[in-house]
Design a protein around this ligand. Structure first.
Ligand SMILES: C[S@@+](CC[C@H](N)C(=O)[O-])C[C@H]1O[C@@H](n2cnc3c(N)ncnc32)[C@H](O)[C@@H]1O
Length: 296
């Protein structure tokens, strides 16, 4: 039996073996809306990807063409669907201790003096910007707790932000499939995770991890409701989807929020650019120490 909506007749037959008509102008309209909302740039090569990610939304809504879908998300009555579109088009791939050298550097070099200062009443703030479902900020939390098991009793916090409220909710829930913990050393696994509701296949993060990490919605190309300053900013595998101008503005804004000697960690295929560049000194692969030097 066909799962296709029958209510609205099609104005034209879909081309090729596609279920819905997807015209170039539909793609361009969707790309323009996504760019305006999130800074994400979609090249023409992403046309098939956009089709395959949004086709489920058309089915769910009972629409018969991308033209109708574009009309919906462009209208103020389609605000919620526009959010769904963004969630469908963003890439949320992540994992615990991804790019492990960042966590090693954090543990061996950056955190020891910061946590000593916290014991004397200092403040430590780490920001995971574009945190997806929480694996990155929780990896930071585990790194902190492995050095300072009572960190929650001090002024040490991890801010985890993302544009997508769905992934933030998953982060807050803090429940992960067993397969996601497989690469983690056993001692960490049993120390920081416990079976979720007695399940053998999903695990929940420890209370201390939850208390260290706060999840908040934040669009990197919008207003940033954060005070800072931050000792460390992780912004990894996020700006790769933005154009260079947008990236440069984000580096500039990070620069204004990082303490002198603060650390910026970026993704393996990203690079710094723009006026803030001279203020960041490389310290290992995709890690930069923020200084006052350089010309703005
Ligand atoms: C590929 S994930 C990276 C997750 C994590 N940082 C890592 O490296 O494993 C990219 C995340 O960036 C988020 N994102 C995309 N555009 C954004 C924006 N304008 N503001 C904030 N987050 C954004 C997406 O929702 C997604 O969760």
């Amino acid at each position: 039996m066909s799962a296709l909506p029958q209510a609205t007749p099609r104005s034209a037959a879909p081309s090729g073996d596609r279920e819905f008509i997807f015209r170039n102008e539909d793609f361009r309209q969707i790309a323009a809306m996504l760019h305006a909302d999130s800074g994400i740039f979609l090249s023409e090569q992403k046309e098939s990807l956009v089709y395959s990610r949004l086709v489920k939304r058309l089915r769910a809504l009972g629409l018969s063409s991308f033209k109708d879908y574009c009309a919906l998300v462009a209208d103020h009555s389609g605000v919620q669907e526009r959010q769904n579109m963004l969630a469908a088009l963003t890439t949320n791939v992540t994992r615990f201790f991804r790019e492990p050298h960042h966590f090693e550097y954090l543990k061996e070099t950056v955190l020891p003096p910061l946590l000593q200062a916290a014991k004397r009443g200092g403040r430590v703030r780490i920001w995971s910007a574009g945190c997806s479902k929480g694996q990155e900020p929780y990896s930071i939390a585990m790194t902190i707790l492995s050095l300072m098991p009572d960190a929650v009793n001090y002024d040490v916090r991890v801010l985890a932000t993302d544009i997508d409220p769905n992934v933030l909710q998953e982060g807050r829930d803090g429940v992960y499939d067993k397969s996601e913990l497989e690469d983690m050393p056993k001692p960490e696994r049993s120390r920081f995770f416990s079976p979720a509701n007695g399940s053998a296949s999903s695990f929940t993060v420890s209370d201390d991890m939850r208390r260290l990490v706060s999840f908040k919605e934040l669009n990197l190309v919008g207003q940033w409701p954060v005070k800072g300053p931050f000792n460390v900013i992780f912004c990894r595998n996020v700006v790769i989807y933005f154009n260079e101008d947008t990236q440069s503005k984000i580096w500039e804004r990070f620069s204004s929020l990082l303490v002198p000697q603060g650390l910026l960690c970026i993704g393996h295929s990203e690079r710094l650019s723009g006026p803030a560049l001279p203020r960041f000194k490389p310290t290992g692969t995709t890690m930069y120490v923020h200084g006052r030097g350089g010309t703005a």
